[in-house]
Design a protein around this ligand. Structure first.
Ligand code: SAM
Length: 270
């Protein structure tokens, strides 16, 4: 796992201290922004990734790409908010794949929460979502995004139905599923896949995310464990031409524009 560094910040001292405990190597740097470093040709030593509060948002900076904007989770503005207002609701491919076009009040377990975009779509059409994220930096970004969303009436209406499992024992969804007694209606699984080379800045964001998180380490047995903890279906997001997860043939395939959803069905959603 790549190291990240948490930038010390007087205004968020307590929060930073808490986050700092989650990382193996913590260095508290003084506030030196990437822009400042690039402009003044200062060589920035230390890990490639930095977490810093910028305008009140916990943000990820990649020191090897100082021109790329910091990455943070935002449910109140930007892509997520726009998608929830104009994205087509239950007709969105990911919402259909989990069955929200049939029943809106499903309890979904998002086993690979990432930046929370898919979960936000589920919650925006009425689902209750439990989110699990195992990467400490991604978890911290998501947790911060959810906290800020609670201060925005519009976003909070949606995010109040999203529960991120707290950092700690439950960080890996396989071990969580093995130990929980909860039966979910649907389990959604979107593991990492190799990043494709794209030049646009938006895609750079994906490359940074990919470099931070690394290759997928999930075991094939994830699917079997998930199938024992679900009432209706397990949905696996796959790249268009990828083989089926764990070479297991799905009950149904929903093709999308840039990828596909493999559905493993236990019961029909009425
Ligand atoms: C492709 S991203 C998911 C993107 C997400 N669907 C979204 O909308 O932002 C995969 C994420 O799942 C996390 N992850 C992968 N396997 C996991 C596991 N077994 N338990 C918890 N998190 C996992 C990775 O750390 C990464 O952040």
């Amino acid at each position: 796992m790549n190291q990240a560094v948490v930038l010390f910040d007087q205004d968020h001292q307590n929060h930073i201290e808490l986050l700092a405990q989650r990382f193996e190597v913590i260095k508290k740097l003084d506030s030196l922004s990437n822009k400042h470093a690039a402009k003044n040709k200062i060589e920035v030593k230390g890990p490639r990734f930095v977490l810093q509060f910028l305008s009140g948002k916990l943000s990820l900076l990649d020191r090897s790409l100082p021109k790329i904007k910091p990455i943070f989770v935002d449910f109140a503005e930007g892509k997520n908010a726009h998608r929830s207002q104009f994205g087509g609701g239950i007709s969105q491919p990911v919402a259909k794949a989990v069955g929200l076009n049939k029943q809106r009040s499903l309890h979904i377990f998002d086993a690979t929460a990432g930046m929370g975009a898919d979960s936000f779509v589920f919650a925006s059409v009425g689902a209750k979502v439990t989110l699990c994220e195992q990467h400490p930096v991604v978890h911290a970004l998501l947790e911060d995004g959810l906290q800020r969303a609670s201060l925005n009436a519009q976003a909070h209406k949606i995010t109040q139905n999203m529960t991120l499992l707290p950092w700690g024992e439950n960080k890996n969804s396989l071990t969580f599923l093995e130990s929980t007694e909860t039966m979910f209606d649907v389990i959604f699984f979107d593991p990492m896949f190799p990043a494709r080379q794209k030049s646009a800045a938006v895609k750079k964001e994906m490359t940074i995310f990919h470099d931070l998180v690394g290759e997928d380490q999930n075991e094939d047995r994830f699917l079997d464990v998930a199938l024992q903890k679900v009432k209706f279906r397990v949905v696996v997001k796959r790249p268009k031409l990828a083989e089926h997860y764990a070479n297991k043939t799905p009950s149904f395939i929903q093709e999308g524009k840039s990828g596909r959803f493999d559905l493993y069905t236990i019961n029909k959603i009425a």
